[in-house]
Design a protein around this ligand. Structure first.
Ligand SMILES: [Zn+2]
Ligand SMILES: [Zn+2]
Length: 137
């Protein structure tokens, strides 16, 4: 995963801690995983982590993976400007790749226009095996 997001200067201490934890993790983390890792920093309550995550997700610095109920740091500085965020999730090693695909986005846009459906956000989660794991199998 590439973490090329600069950390904004106006984050609260908790938001910064949570984002730092996500940035240093090789895979997605649940709120409780994050809390576990931040106990040494004085975080005690799940609510502290949830509040920080809410803000980070809102700002596009982190994403929630619905199918895993876990969070990842955003790996794409520009993704919040795109209509579609897609994740390839490896079920074997847990690796998550964030990517954007203009073709899928266009097709979805075309469908929405035909249907008169107003799209607010689209998150795709593709589950399977990453290339490394496919090779190893
Ligand atoms: Zn992103
Ligand atoms: Zn894998």
């Amino acid at each position: 995963m590439a973490h090329d997001h600069p950390i904004p200067a106006d984050l609260t201490r908790n938001q910064e801690l949570v984002l730092g934890t996500l940035n240093h993790s090789a895979g997605p983390l649940s709120a409780y995983d994050i809390l576990d890792r931040l106990r040494g920093e004085g975080l005690r309550a799940p609510l502290q982590v949830y509040r920080a995550l809410d803000k980070l997700v809102e700002r596009g610095l982190a994403h929630r993976l619905e199918s895993l109920n876990a969070f990842v740091a955003c790996a794409d500085v520009h993704c919040h400007r795109k209509g579609l965020i897609a994740f390839a999730i490896c079920e074997r090693c847990g690796k998550v790749d964030e990517f954007a695909d203009a073709v899928i986005e266009e097709r979805l846009g075309g469908w929405a226009e035909t249907e008169g459906f107003t799209v607010e956000r689209t998150t795709m989660e593709i589950r399977g095996r990453c290339s490394e794991c496919a090779k190893a199998a």
